[in-house]
Design a protein. Structure first.
Length: 191
């Protein structure tokens, strides 16, 4: 299975600058013409392109480069690593198009109506708006309150159902703690 590395021109620049591989080996690995590699070495091609280290990127190993450096007829083999992608990683904030930005206050209103136990800060974090906006929506003094239409944020994929369930559970634990504390304080005041 032959495939070219990520950013082949930048990878070729790095290989020319940092290895003793032949132009043919580099051109075959990067799927570029040998004349282009010669041009990179002469400084006529790829001016201004930042070198991209294929070792750091996990596409090559030092051992692979050394083996091919010793035998000019040996082609470089790209290092195929199966990367496991999990949902455990930090949530990456994604760009929300202008047309979808109105969905955030609408979603906050939906959460306020359907899950009043959630704190404003929790709603703000889930939906991706400020806590002040959520508070003003809850108090019905949001600047555009009359035009808001409650919309299910999970259905609009602003966040996952799991995120919502986690937040609701956290809010319920907080309410239970507060209730227990009030009862404990009440009993202490009676004693």
């Amino acid at each position: 299975m032959s495939s070219s590395p990520l950013m082949p021109m930048a990878t070729a620049v790095w290989l020319v600058e940092n290895t003793t591989l032949t132009f043919k080996q580099i051109s075959e690995f990067c799927n570029l013409h040998e004349v282009e590699i010669q041009g990179i070495a002469d400084g006529e091609v790829a001016k201004g392109i930042m070198a991209y280290n294929p070792i750091i990127a996990g596409q090559l190993t030092r051992e692979e480069i050394e083996l091919s450096s010793k035998d000019e007829n040996r082609p470089l083999q790209i290092n195929h690593v199966d990367i496991e992608i999990s949902n455990i990683n930090k949530k990456i904030k994604k760009y929300v198009p202008l047309s979808k930005r109105q969905d955030k206050p609408d979603s906050a209103l939906w959460l306020i109506k359907h899950h009043p136990q959630l704190k404003d800060s929790q709603i703000a974090k889930l939906v991706g708006i400020t806590k002040n906006s959520v508070t003003s929506i809850r108090n019905k003094n949001y600047w555009n309150y009359n035009n808001l239409n409650p919309k299910d944020p999970v259905a609009m994929s602003l966040f996952s159902q799991k995120d919502l369930v986690d937040s609701i559970e956290k809010a319920e634990r907080r309410i239970k703690r507060e209730k227990n504390k009030k009862e404990k304080d009440k009993q202490q005041n009676l004693a």
